[in-house]
Design a binder for this molecule. Sequence first.
Ligand code: S3P
Length: 173
Amino acid sequence: ANNLLQGINIFLIGMMGSGKTTTGKRLAEHLNYRFFDTDTLIKQVKQKTISDIFVEEGEESFRILESNVLSELASCTRSVIATGGGIVLKQENWSYLHHGLIIWLDTSIPILKKRLNHDLSSRPLIQKEKLDIELELLLKQRHALYKQGDLKIIVDKNDSSEDVVNKILKLIP
Ligand code: S3P
């Protein structure tokens, strides 16, 4: 894989719950790349949870932090970067994303719903009681943006992160 990639970064984009972090870690191991996660870096910079940043500083402030973190990551090489689900919203972020290969983990609403039911504590944009409608709304708003990625990987119901990594490796032989 490294021959074709020539050390360029891989950015994973997609909805929350699509598995960017778990898949990204595994992919990085396979490629002998470093792994970064924009949400984790933001938490480290602010010494706060993502939910606290949303509540105390607001979404726009979070989006600015997210762009700053992404812009710094754009200058590294040989890295897999898992991004937050909303990274595609800001036009300027695309100029950073295009420093690497952008892979969209396309995951259907039923799969997202099942996964997110277990772990909504770190997802301030979604309330449990409104999981269905909020996910559908977010995906509707973002679908055309995610499609702007370079490659699309369809995540199936029973796919493990290993399966998803294998799908990616098939496309970047
Ligand atoms: C968000 C997704 C989250 C996190 C924040 C906002 C979004 O990341 O950045 O809660 O707008 O979709 P994950 O996609 O890693 O859950």
